[in-house]
Design a protein around this ligand. Structure first.
Ligand code: ADP
Ligand code: MG
Length: 377
């Protein structure tokens, strides 16, 4: 039989292109929530309240008390590549905020029904706006798409409904609402531990009590105790490891509050704060909370190195809990390589990982409560 002739090449519709792109950024409800939490933190919030229905597939709502969004910015809020955080290409290397590409809200608007209610301190009322495919859309048939005045507190409430309603393959690839809810709780728990000055709650709609609830102005150690339990918390050790390019020292933290901003102005300086369980603690699976420059990320190299440290310390089959917050010069992480991927790479990765691993190992063997290590780079 003769092969079929070539088919005509056509330009995809923009909405189709954007829906495909959105699926690469928003993999599941928990990845949408991660973006939304980062936006709320970028907005300076001290309270973040999350409500979830059906594992986030029916409803994912996040209410913050941050700076809010100006009414005049609402028309372009959900367009692709609109952001308040980056304006020149060189800004990329100085990023101190979580977001930078202005893609999260756009992506969410392409694969769900997105509603934003927001109020800045200067506004006398809140404004409500609905979005579809990157643009404002009427809340119901016959209405105009313009933002509507409404009652509301200072801050922003983002409501994501019917996630993936228009991408049925993605919807069917997800594991069901209780698995998705567990992933949501995992993201909230990790951000709550890394941001103990912010109060987080997360609950299912209709449920009387939240599944995660933290106070504001707590410490990392207190947050770990609250969310992972005293049995784990009482076995925690802590180390601070840093390069001392300028010979600047760091006092050991006695309060357990290790979330303070570090001043990383010198070229190669880096610092790490680690809380990790000692040999008395034995979990079946390793829990690793890894933050690089305050972003929750994954690194298989760091994970492997940490597993190796515990190899000789814990019995076979036993695993630790580790919270590791690493701050490196933003110029040495190329955030733009895999903007959507959690797996990150950075300059001098091997050296930095080795030093952190050594410090943990020494503390585990010495079993001292708190140690400070400094290295000349
Ligand atoms: P990015 O975070 O990369 O800038 P997003 O699509 O996540 O892109 O958000 C676009 C813009 O919307 C942000 O730059 C910010 O100005 C604004 N924004 C989003 N969420 C919030 C929020 N919770 N509070 C205040 N402003 C927000
Ligand atoms: Mg963002």
């Amino acid at each position: 039989p003769t092969p079929p002739g070539p088919r005509p090449i056509r330009r995809l519709q923009e909405a189709v292109i954007n829906r495909i792109a959105a699926g690469e950024i928003i993999h599941r409800p928990a990845s949408a929530l991660k973006e939304l939490i980062e936006n709320s933190l970028d907005a300076g919030s001290t309270s973040i309240k999350i409500t979830v229905k059906d594992g986030g597939l029916k409803l994912l709502q996040i209410q913050d008390n941050g700076c809010g969004i100006r009414k005049e910015d609402l028309p372009i809020l959900a367009e692709r590549f609109t952001t308040s955080k980056l304006s020149t290409f060189s800004d990329l290397s100085r990023l101190t905020t979580y977001g930078f590409r202005g893609e999260a809200l756009a992506s969410i608007s392409y694969v769900s029904n997105l509603t934003v209610v927001t109020k800045t301190k200067a506004d006398t009322c809140a404004w409500k706006a609905c979005y579809a495919d990157g643009s404002l859309t009427p809340a119901k048939a016959g209405a105009t798409a313009d933002p509507k005045p409404c009652a509301g507190n200072d801050g922003t409430t983002i409501t994501v409904e019917n996630l993936f309603y228009n991408t049925p393959t993605r919807l069917s690839a997800l594991r069901g609402s209780s698995e998705e809810y567990n992933r949501i709780l995992d993201v909230v728990t990790k951000y709550a531990i890394h941001n103990p000055h912010v109060s987080f709650t997360c609950k299912k709609t209709g449920s009387p009590s939240p599944d995660v609830s933290t106070p504001s102005s707590s410490t990392t150690l207190q947050a770990i105790r609250l969310l992972y339990g005293q049995t784990l918390a009482k076995e925690l050790l802590q180390v601070s490891v840093s390069s001392s390019a300028k010979g600047k020292g760091r006092a050991p933290s006695t309060t357990g509050d290790i979330s303070d901003e570090e001043d990383l102005d010198s070229n190669e300086s880096w610092s790490a704060e680690v809380q990790f369980t000692n040999a008395n603690y034995q979990a079946k699976k390793m829990t690793l909370l890894l933050f690089i420059n305050h972003r929750l990320v994954e690194s298989s190299r760091i994970k492997k190195a940490l597993e190796a440290v515990y190899n000789g310390v814990l019995a076979k089959g036993a695993s630790p809990f580790i919270y590791l917050s690493l701050q490196i010069d933003p110029r040495s992480v190329d955030v733009n390589v895999h903007p959507t991927k959690k797996e990150v790479h950075f300059l001098n990765e091997d050296v930095i990982i080795e030093r952190i691993a050594d410090a943990i190992h020494e503390a585990l063997i010495g079993q001292s409560q708190s140690r400070v290590f400094e290295y000349q780079t």
